[in-house]
Design a protein around this ligand. Sequence first.
Ligand code: SAH
Length: 222
Amino acid sequence: MMSAEHHGVGMTSQRARDRLAETLVKMGIKSGVILDAIRNTPRHLFIDEALSSRAYENTALPIGFNQTISQPYIVAKMTEALIKDRQLKNVLEIGTGCGYQSVIMAQFTKRLYTIERIDALLTRARERFQKLSFTNIRTKHADGNIGWEAQAPFDGIIVAAAPIGVPDALKEQLAMDGRLIIPVGKSGDQKLLLITRTEEGFEEEIIDSVSFVPMLGGIDTT
Ligand code: SAH
């Protein structure tokens, strides 16, 4: 017998996914390819089974270790800002978490490099990438504050945890015209920034008010 997860029953059904996509359209997401990716990606496989009935709600949900799976709207918004008017070859993600944003982003870049500081989360995320046959994702257990020098420069960098200020290493690892999407600021007062590298330096634009978990330093081996 097919398992419920493959059968698409209950709240993991196509109806729940379509409803989520409609919500994102109302909130201003315009890209059809991103809405399709959100619709077709099994978000319930990225969270604990006990929460799977809520997988297609437009909310952040706990994934353990005091971390959360990002709200679908934010994932769509960040991805949209990164892919607008361009083809991406290599993108760096900081804060793999459960890997949901990674598999959305990996559908729009040749290679996705993703860094997570909590080993246990990264191990689970890697299993999901394999299960879902994503062969273009490379992972690293490290502190994302210093980026991934060996794979730089990047066409895009996407950060899923909020530092107080933008780490210099991430700006430096952007290719010319590359874009960095990063939440910055203290809890309760965060802005999502779009930073573009130009011949003259860096352009900065605020694209939203947001609420991310803090970006921490060092690694966690639990
Ligand atoms: N991208 C995830 C959201 C993860 S939440 C999703 O799709 O749902 C943010 C993640 O950033 C957490 O897993 C946290 O452990 C990680 N993180 C925080 N500071 C970090 C750092 N300095 N380096 C790497 N990962 C970090």
